[in-house]
Design a protein around this ligand. Structure first.
Ligand code: 3PG
Length: 212
């Protein structure tokens, strides 16, 4: 397996970040790293995403920084140019996936139906995103889908938090979990990076209880 994907599996949790203001990128990188989770998926839901990826890597070069909510090729190019090390998409777009596979860029496309999963499996993929996880049936749906596709694992995001993280991580078909509970928009906007560090530590602790 690709080294980036191996690191995501080891971290077990990927903080999904929405940054409105690039000033928050550096302190956020420090808070996540300080909390024991040197990893972030910076979503292209805001104009600040591209510059934030660059700033987070500059601030904490040891961090694994990827781009999330990538829905077109222009965003893929901008993300890679900024230094993104992996691409996450909410759905399965053949153009994005094929570009990444050909260029050896780790990519996690969203797959929630057998038809979407087949597209990924046909391309030799072993990990896909499962989004929005809770709305699509959570861990039960992951187990049911995985039963038809041996070897495939999922990175669920959407509705995961301290109350259900363990349940997801107990399922061996779950590769890692994504979520925004430790990097809530309000905490970032208020500059409450101490709280973010604390919540990140909590996520790491919970994850290691299940997967040591
Ligand atoms: C994502 O983009 O993967 C999700 O929106 C994260 O979902 P959450 O905010 O419910 O954790």
């Amino acid at each position: 397996m690709n080294d980036v994907l191996k690191r995501i599996e080891q971290y077990k949790v990927v903080p999904v970040v929405v940054l409105e203001n690039t000033d928050h990128a550096a302190p956020l990188a420090k808070a996540l790293t300080g909390g024991g989770l040197p990893c972030a998926e910076v979503t292209f839901r805001t104009a600040a995403a591209e510059a934030s990826i660059r700033l987070m890597k500059q601030t904490c070069p040891e961090m694994l920084v990827g781009a999330g909510t990538v829905i077109n090729m222009e965003q893929v190019e901008r993300a890679l140019h900024a230094g993104a090390e992996f691409i996450v998409s909410p759905g399965f777009d053949s153009e994005i996936v094929d570009y990444c596979l050909v260029n050896h860029i780790p990519v996690l496309p969203g797959c929630v139906t057998p038809t979407e999963v087949i597209r990924a499996v046909k391309r030799g993929m072993h990990v896909v995103k499962f989004f929005p996880a809770e709305q699509y049936g959570g861990v039960d749906t992951i187990r049911a889908l995985a039963s038809a596709f041996p070897g495939l694992r999922f990175m669920p995001t959407g509705g995961i938090g301290p109350s259900n993280l363990k349940e997801y991580l107990r399922c061996d078909k779950v590769f890692a979990c994504g979520g925004s509970w430790m990097v809530k928009k309000e905490l970032i906007a208020a500059g409450n990076f101490d709280r973010i560090r604390e919540l990140t530590r909590g996520a790491v602790r919970t994850a290691s209880h299940v997967r040591g």
